[in-house]
Unconditional design. Sequence first.
Length: 129
Amino acid sequence: MSQFLDFESLERSRTPNDYLVAPEGLTAARTDRVAPVFAFPPERLFEEIKTYLESNEGFRDIATDPAQRALKAVAVTRILRFRDDVDAKVLPARGGATLAVYSRSRVGNSDLGANRKRVEGLLDQLGMS
C-alpha cells in the first residue's frame, strides 16, 4: 500500500457504498459534502488526521506521505471484518487548511452507511461536524 489516491482524477465507485468529502473544484467526481476549512496550517491538520488514524483500532496498514500531506489506511469493520479503503489529502485553503477524504468498500453493494459514518466521525473528531 504505497500509491496515494489522486483526487483530481478520481472516479467514484458505481455502487452506493462509498463517501466523498472534498473542497469545491478539486475533483470532477460528485461529492457527498463540501469539505470544511480549518483555521490552522495544513501541517497541523495532517498530523491530527494521522494521530486519529493511528489511535483508532479500526484502522490498519496506515501509510503517510508528509511531503504530499497524503494518507491512506484500511478500515476494518467490527462485526464482519470487512476491509474498506480510506484515502485523505490535506490542502492549503484561505484561512488555514482543508481536506479531501474518500472512504469506500471493497465488496458489496451496500455498506449500511459505514463509509459515511467513518468520514463524518473523522470530521467530528477534528471539530468540524
